[in-house]
Design a protein around this ligand. Structure first.
Ligand SMILES: Nc1nc2c(ncn2[C@@H]2O[C@H](COP(=O)(O)OP(=O)(O)OP(=O)(O)O)[C@@H](O)[C@H]2O)c(=O)[nH]1
Ligand SMILES: [Mg+2]
Length: 316
């Protein structure tokens, strides 16, 4: 009986792994296409090693990995393959190189229960509110008592959007008065959280343009106020980046990283973009773990960032 139970679990695990990989492959279809179109042609029989390496750099650039990182990866592949002119050797080296690059920055929520408070920040329309709902749903399914906080007080509709998600998911939402100071709303929510009735508090903030210094320093204030009030578990701040922006996502990240004490990144909208290669540039440039990826508009379209599956889905 017991053994059977474990076998069932194991096969379910493998089964889930294949389903997940299938979904990720679907999500990254356009990025994979961008990468592979040029590669397939370059790796056809009779091509020289230099032609292949040149095409490799080009295909990385086409997938929006950026010139610098594309060249860096190509150089690493060149070193790894020494003088080989076999397409398989180059492809294997490419996989290893991408895996190494992405693994440096992988980081799912810590095993020790994860953060107590999660502040989601980013520019307008990046997917903060949707991601807040997705994370809340997942944590709640895992048995955590979640409090969603609508600290986007600029637009009444923004708070309403989170309230609707809360109703749909059966998760309580703390909201402030329209126009209230978002730090004050977050403070009140932190008080409620401190009562011990919740395990995880997810704060949805207003979208802000990274060039507005006042709006950016408001994030520092929210984090400070909340951190002062919370006496258990870490307070994390994750930057929500729209992967479809490709290289422009890096420009945003460079500014946000100066504020809000960022502890992680979430890349949204990887579905439907051919610019997924930007993930490589992001992993290369920022010393911040990519925590999760958004793979669609639905409440379940969120996955932990797993470098091995990601590379597989991107290349095979
Ligand atoms: N395809 C796809 N769409 C997404 C994903 N995440 C969010 N979206 C969509 O992106 C749009 C904006 O999402 P929101 O969650 O409202 O973005 P936000 O950052 O809260 O926006 P503001 O509050 O206006 O700054 C919505 O239409 C979402 O459904 C994703 O992973 N994939
Ligand atoms: Mg929002």
């Amino acid at each position: 009986m017991r053994t059977g139970h474990f076998i069932d679990l194991a096969s379910a695990g493998i089964y889930n792994h294949f389903i997940m990989l299938g979904r990720l492959r679907e999500t990254l279809a356009k990025t994979r296409q961008a990468l592979k179109t040029r590669l397939a042609e370059a790796f056809s029989p009779g091509r020289s090693r230099e032609e292949m390496l040149e095409a490799l750099a080009e295909s990385l650039i086409l997938a929006d990995a950026g010139v610098a990182v594309s060249e860096k990866i190509t150089e690493a592949v060149r070193r790894r393959t020494r003088k080989s002119d076999r397409a398989e050797a180059i492809e294997t080296a490419l996989k290893a190189e991408l895996l190494g690059l992405l693994s440096r920055q992988a980081g799912p929520i810590a095993a020790n229960g994860g953060p107590a408070v999660l502040l989601l920040v980013g520019v307008n329309g990046g997917g903060k509110t949707t991601t807040a709902a997705k994370i809340a749903r997942r944590a709640s399914a895992g048995g955590k008592r979640v409090l969603l906080v609508a600290a986007d007080t600029f637009r009444a509709a923004a708070q309403e959007q989170l309230v609707i998600w809360g109703k749909r998911l059966g998760i309580p939402v703390h909201r402030g008065r329209s126009g209230a100071d978002p730090a004050a709303v977050a403070f009140d929510a932190a008080r409620a959280f401190s009562s011990g009735a919740f395990d995880l508090m997810i704060v949805d903030t207003a979208g802000r343009i990274h060039t507005n210094a006042n709006l950016m320093s408001e994030l520092d204030k929210i984090k400070r106020v909340v951190s002062r009030e919370i006496d258990r578990g870490p307070v994390e701040a994750w930057l929500i980046l729209d992967a479809a922006l490709g290289q422009n996502a890096l420009i945003q990240a460079r500014e946000f990283i100066k504020f809000a004490g960022l502890t992680g990144l979430v890349l949204t909208k990887l579905d439907g973009t051919a610019k997924g290669g930007a993930v490589l540039a992001i992993a290369d440039e920022f010393g911040l773990p990519i925590r999760m990826i958004g793979t669609g508009e639905g409440e379940a379209d969120l996955e932990d960032f797993d470098p091995a599956s990601f590379v597989d889905a991107m290349l095979s």
